[in-house]
Design a protein around this ligand. Structure first.
Ligand code: 4NP
Length: 157
């Protein structure tokens, strides 16, 4: 069965949808059997496409984020996914509060996969400019690369 990964940020319109498509493209490129989704801890944007600036930064890098739709994280996500990846420390704390006592999913902080950035959060670009979205794209692609390395190592042999 495919390995299942859920990225979670606050609104599910900026950071986590970009992480979702970055990891989907990286794992597809490498032929890894991984299912990827994203969600928000908040409910403001349920059903919305990603922020136009998220769609734009993805398009500048040759990726299409326009078909994604925001949803809110649910307690049963802790049963449906192997990893739940919090984009920042507040998301991590909110997810800890939401997690059922016997959660299957392992809760992780996104940048922990990069040794030099352990413990850090991916900054929220929502109140920023296009440059902030470019920084988010650079961070989620670095995370996707490191995570794909880890998945490839785990699923080998
Ligand atoms: P995200 O960014 O958590 O990376 O999707 C945000 C999007 C929307 C809001 C906050 C952060 N908001 O307050 O609506």
């Amino acid at each position: 069965m495919a390995f299942r990964i859920l990225f979670v940020c606050l609104g599910n319109i900026c950071r986590s949808p970009l992480a979702e498509i970055a990891l989907r493209e990286e794992t597809t490129r490498r032929g890894l059997d991984v299912q990827i989704d994203s969600a928000g801890t908040g409910d403001w944007h349920i059903g919305d496409p990603p922020d136009p600036r998220s769609i734009a930064v993805a398009a500048r890098h040759g990726s299409d984020a326009s078909l994604l739709r925001a949803r809110q994280v649910q307690p049963d996500d802790f049963e449906r996914f192997d990893w739940i990846i919090a984009m920042d420390r507040q998301n991590f704390a909110d997810l800890q509060s939401l997690a059922p006592a016997q959660a299957k999913a392992e809760l992780r902080l996104a940048l922990d996969v990069i040794d030099q950035r352990k413990g850090e959060g991916v900054a929220d670009p929502y109140h920023g400019d296009d440059a902030a979205f470019e920084r988010t794209w650079a961070e989620v692609t670095a995370i996707a690369m490191a995570m794909a390395d880890e998945i490839a190592a785990q699923t080998k042999g």
